[in-house]
Design a protein around this ligand. Structure first.
Ligand code: UGA
Length: 434
C-alpha cells in the first residue's frame, strides 16, 4: 500500500487516482479548485466517464480515496506525488506550463521527507528536469531528497477505466533506478508490462504516440477522400490494410477527423517542440492540416445533396468529439454547426450526454431535442457527427417516415450498409460505398 497524492482532479488525475485506489493504495486526490473538491466529497463527479462514479463511490467508502483542497497537506502526508494538472494549448501552440510550475513550487515548499515526484501530465521534453530544478529551488529543507519520474498516461476518454486497469504498458522514465522501481512496483497489480527508460525519452513517447495515432487517422481520411474519387470503399481498404500486423487495424476508421483534448493539442505542441529544436516537422503539420480540412467536407456534401442549406431544416446527431463522453473540446460539431447556421439552416441537435456542455459553445439558434425521433421531424437532411450506439442503431424506417427528405450524411461511416440500402436513403459518407 502506497500513500499517494494526485494533484489535479481533471480527467487524468481523477481516473488514475481512482484506479490506484482500486488496486489498494491510499490516494488523496487534490485540487486548488475548492468547489470541485467539495462536490467530489459529496459524490458528484464533474466529468462523464462510464464506470468512474461507481469506482469513486466504492473506493471512498473503503477509505482508500480521499479528496482535499489542501494541496500542501496532501503532499506532506504522501510518499509519491503525481502531477496531473492541465497543460492547455497556448496561443503559440505550445503547452502552457503554468500549472505544472505552480505545483512543482508547492511540492518544494512541502517536501518534508524523501518523495518520488511523478509527472503524468503531457509535458514538453525537459519538463522533468525543470520540475526537479523548481523543487530544489523552493525546498524548505535542503537536505531532504527526492526523485523525479515521468509516467505518461495513455487513457482514452470513454474507456478510461478499462484502459487504466488493463493498460498495454506503463512507461516509466527516470534517472533514479530506486524511484523507477517504486513506480514499477506500484503498477504490478495492473499486470502490465513495464517499459523503463530515461526521463526525456518517456516524455517524448507520449507525444510521439499521440502524433502517430493522429497520423494514422489523417492518413486513412486522405485515403477515404481518394477512394471517393476512384470508386474504392475505404472501410474495405482499411480492413485489408489492418490485417498486415505491421500496420494494425486500429485508428484506421475514416471520418470527419479527430477532436478532443489530446490529439489536437499534442500534435500542435510536438510541431512546436520540433520547430524550436530546429526541425521542421512537415509531416505532422500536414496531418494537422488534413484534419482541419476533413471536417469541412460535411457542409460540401450537404450542398451536393440538397443544394443550398438556406431555410432548410437539418438534424445533427452527436455533438461530443466521440461517443461515451460529454467532452466538447475540438469537437467537429463546433466548426460544422456554426457554419450550417451561417448558411441559413435551421439546426436541430441531439446528443445523449453532451447537450449541456455544448449549449454555451454553439449558436443560440440551435434547437436541442431529447430523442433522435423528435430531432429528425420534418428535416431535409440528417448529419451524423458522433457514432453513439443509439445513433448507429437508429431505426431508419422510422427516420424515413419522420424526415421530409431522406438525405443522410454519415460523418463517421457508422450506419450499417444493409439498412441504408434497405430503406433507400440518399447516403453520403467519407469514402465508403453505400
Ligand atoms: C487519445 C489517445 O488515444 C490516448 O491513448 C491518450 O492517452 C489520450 O488521447 C490523451 O493524450 O490523453 P482520446 O482523445 O480520449 O485518447 O480519444 P481517442 O479514442 O484516441 O479518439 C481521439 C479522436 O480520434 C476522436 O475524435 C475520434 O473520433 C478520432 N478517431 C479515432 C478517428 O477519427 N478514427 C479512428 O480510427 C480513431
Amino acid at each position: 500500500m502506497q500513500k499517494i497524492a494526485v494533484i489535479g482532479t481533471g480527467y487524468v488525475g481523477l481516473v488514475s487516482g481512482t484506479c490506484f485506489a482500486e488496486i489498494g493504495n491510499r490516494i488523496i486526490c487534490c485540487d486548488v479548485d475548492e468547489v470541485k473538491i467539495n462536490s467530489l466529497k459529496r459524490g458528484v463527479v464533474p466529468i462523464y466517464e462510464p464506470g468512474l462514479k461507481e469506482l469513486i463511490d466504492k473506493n471512498t467508502a473503503a477509505g482508500r480515496l480521499l479528496f482535499s483542497s489542501n494541496v500542501g497537506e496532501a503532499i506532506e502526508a504522501s510518499d509519491i506525488i503525481y502531477i496531473a494538472v492541465g497543460t492547455p494549448m497556448s496561443d503559440t501552440g505550445e503547452a502552457d506550463m503554468r500549472y505544472v510550475k505552480d505545483v512543482a513550487k508547492k511540492i518544494g515548499e512541502h517536501l518534508n521527507g524523501y518523495k518520488v515526484i511523478v509527472n503524468k501530465s503531457t509535458v514538453p521534453v525537459g519538463t522533468g528536469e525543470l520540475v526537479r530544478q523548481i523543487i530544489s529551488n523552493h525546498r524548505k529543507y535542503p537536505t531532504v531528497h527526492f526523485d523525479v519520474v515521468s509516467n505518461p498516461e495513455f487513457l482514452r476518454e470513454g474507456s478510461a477505466i478499462s484502459d487504466c486497469m488493463n493498460m498495454d504498458r506503463a512507461v516509466i522514465g527516470s534517472t533514479s533506478d530506486k524511484a523507477a522501481k517504486l513506480i514499477a512496483e506500484l503498477h504490478a497489480p495492473f499486470g502490465t508490462s513495464i517499459f523503463q527508460t530515461d526521463l526525456e525519452s518517456a516524455e517524448m513517447i507520449k507525444y510521439a504516440a499521440n502524433a502517430f495515432l493522429a497520423t494514422k487517422i489523417s492518413f486513412i481520411n486522405a485515403i477515404a477522400n481518394i477512394c471517393e474519387r476512384v470508386g474504392a470503399d475505404v472501410t474495405r481498404v482499411s480492413e485489408g490494410m489492418g490485417l498486415d500486423s505491421r500496420i494494425g487495424g486500429k485508428f484506421l476508421q475514416a471520418g470527419i477527423g479527430y477532436g478532443g483534448s489530446c490529439f489536437p493539442k499534442d500534435t500542435f505542441a510536438l510541431a512546436h517542440i520540433a520547430d524550436q529544436s530546429g526541425y521542421d516537422f512537415e509531416l505532422l503539420k500536414a496531418v494537422i492540416r488534413t484534419n482541419d480540412q476533413q471536417r469541412l467536407l460535411v457542409t460540401d456534401k450537404l450542398k451536393q445533396a440538397i443544394g443550398s442549406a438556406d431555410g432548410k431544416r437539418i438534424a445533427v446527431l452527436g455533438l461530443a468529439f466521440k461517443p461515451n463522453t460529454d467532452d466538447m473540446r475540438y469537437a467537429p460539431s463546433l466548426s460544422i454547426i456554426p457554419e450550417l447556421v451561417e448558411l441559413g439552416a435551421s439546426v436541430r441537435a441531439f446528443d445523449p450526454i453532451a447537450v449541456e456542455s455544448a449549449k454555451p459553445l454553439l449558436p443560440e439558434e440551435v434547437q436541442y431535442f431529447n430523442t433522435i425521433e423528435e430531432t429528425l421531424e420534418g428535416c431535409d437532411a440528417c448529419i451524423i457527427l458522433t457514432e453513439w450506439p443509439e445513433i448507429v442503431s437508429m431505426d431508419l424506417l422510422k427516420a424515413k417516415r419522420l424526415m421530409k427528405e431522406t438525405v443522410l450524411i454519415d460523418g463517421r461511416n457508422c450506419i450499417p450498409q444493409q439498412s441504408i440500402q434497405q430503406h433507400g436513403f440518399t447516403y453520403h459518407s467519407i469514402g465508403r460505398r453505400p
